[in-house]
Ligand binder design. Structure first.
Ligand code: ACO
Length: 389
């Protein structure tokens, strides 16, 4: 029996704190007029104390699970697409797995810049179609604000923080993710990168003094690349899915710059209304931009059951990615009974308790073993062999 991968749940999270163009004009030499006309951005959301890529991912994931009416123990795989993880290691997806109490789930992070979410969607739908998993949670989440040099006007005006998530599930009904196109060109690595903090240039006082832990970008080059690659990837994915551009009710492009999106619409010869945009309110949230835009498009009634969509992104790497899909969910989704919401709430409390108990047990285990370890440290090899006998 042929298997298909359908999006059955979606959710987003944007921090409460909002930074306007006027706020930025007091921080660097810029203006609301410059930012609006060159990018289309008016405001962006930024994390507050205590918020991270993981905490935003968890909020978006909980919303997606609720729409999907899926419990965390049904999730078999969690993919977090991010370039701004909580830690270099462990992966942010493991933190999400723990907080959700998704005890059956494998988890990994995916780094493909702003293309990361569509990369994740493509990988997950392949695994579902191959029969390896039935239910996968894919999240795109970024706290770009923590990697930005807030004195560099060429980058700080562009980005925002946020997270978006979808639940992808196996089905025998045709539709869902129909095709995807992924690409990379590492020769453009330095067009958008964080020079230090990795194995090539580990963090030290010198790298910090030079600001090498901040995002560097060649804006003009990235612009040229994006305008070129978005229409190509969109055409390729439609062809692969056996669709024409006219079959696509809505394009959901990566929300980097309104001029890039309009140029892509012109190159594809489609009306601007078929390109969804919300970057005016979010700025560029990197891997989170497409899932956040998808949520808003669905929730504003722009996507109906049976509609064909193309999600298309580009980003650091350089990378690009496009996915064509047929939407299969109704909107609005039927409301859930109160007891299901209560069970969900209880599950997340239990997950927190479980995490605390496991950490405590691990610490206790170390403490209990300590005296024995000391005793054993004084043993010679022959004494150890004697004891083991
Ligand atoms: N305010 C005022 N002036 C500015 C600002 C600012 N914030 N930033 C740059 N300028 C100035 C420049 O210094 C330059 O001045 P000059 O002519 O005296 O040298 C002038 O404005 C024009 O600069 P350009 O770089 O030519 O401006 P451009 O029209 O190309 O817009 C921008 C710059 C918005 C960065 C654009 O190139 C862009 O959007 N590029 C793509 C960026 C992008 O999408 N990045 C994310 C990729 S996805 C990911 O993986 C994260």
């Amino acid at each position: 029996m042929k298997r298909y991968a359908h999006i059955i749940g979606w959710g987003k999270y944007a921090p409460d704190r909002i930074l306007t163009n006027d706020d930025l004009s007091h921080m660097v030499d810029t203006s609301d007029e410059w930012i609006r006309t060159r990018t289309g951005i008016r405001t962006r959301h930024l994390i507050s104390e205590g918020e991270t890529t993981a905490t935003m991912s968890i909020r978006a994931a909980q919303a997606a699970l609720e729409v999907a009416n899926v419990t965390p123990d049904q999730i078999e795989l969690i993919i977090v697409a991010t370039s701004t993880p909580d830690y270099l290691t462990p992966s942010t997806s493991c933190l999400v797995q723990d907080a959700l109490g998704a005890t059956r789930a494998a988890a990994f992070d995916l780094s493909a810049g702003c293309s990361g979410f569509v990369y994740g969607l493509s990988v997950a739908s392949g695994l579902i179609r191959a029969g390896m998993y039935d239910t996968v949670l894919i999240i795109g989440a970024e706290t770009v604000s923590t990697f930005i040099d807030w004195t560099d006007r060429e980058t700080c005006v562009l980005f925002g923080d946020g997270a978006g998530a979808v639940v992808l599930q196996a089905s025998e009904s045709a539709g869902g993710v129909l095709a995807s196109v992924l690409g990379a060109d590492g020769s453009g690595a330095e067009m958008l990168y964080v020079p230090a903090g990795g194995s090539r240039r580990p963090t030290c006082a010198d790298t910090v003094a030079q600001g090498l832990h901040f995002l560097r970008m060649d804006g003009r080059q990235v612009f040229r690349f994006a305008v070129n690659v978005m229409p190509i990837a969109s055409r390729q994915v439609c062809e692969k899915a056996g669709l024409s551009l006219d079959d696509i009710e809505l394009f959901i492009p990566h929300q980097a710059n309104d001029r890039i999106i309009q140029a892509a619409a012109r190159a594809l010869q489609i009306p601007a209304e078929r390109m969804f945009t919300n970057l005016e309110r979010y700025g560029n949230t990197s891997a989170a931009s497409i899932p956040i835009a998808l949520c808003e498009a669905v929730e504003s009634g722009l996507i109906k059951r049976g509609d064909h969509l193309v999600m298309v992104g580009f980003g650091a790497g350089l990378t690009w990615a496009a996915a064509a899909m047929q939407w299969s969910m109704p909107w609005p989704v039927p409301p859930q009974p109160w007891w299901r919401k209560t069970l969900r709430w209880l599950h997340y409390r239990w997950a927190r308790l479980r995490s605390w108990a496991l950490r405590t047990l691990r610490r206790l285990d170390v403490e209990i073993r300590k005296p024995f370890n000391h005793e054993m440290e004084g043993e010679s090899q022959s004494q150890r062999e004697e004891r083991v006998k």
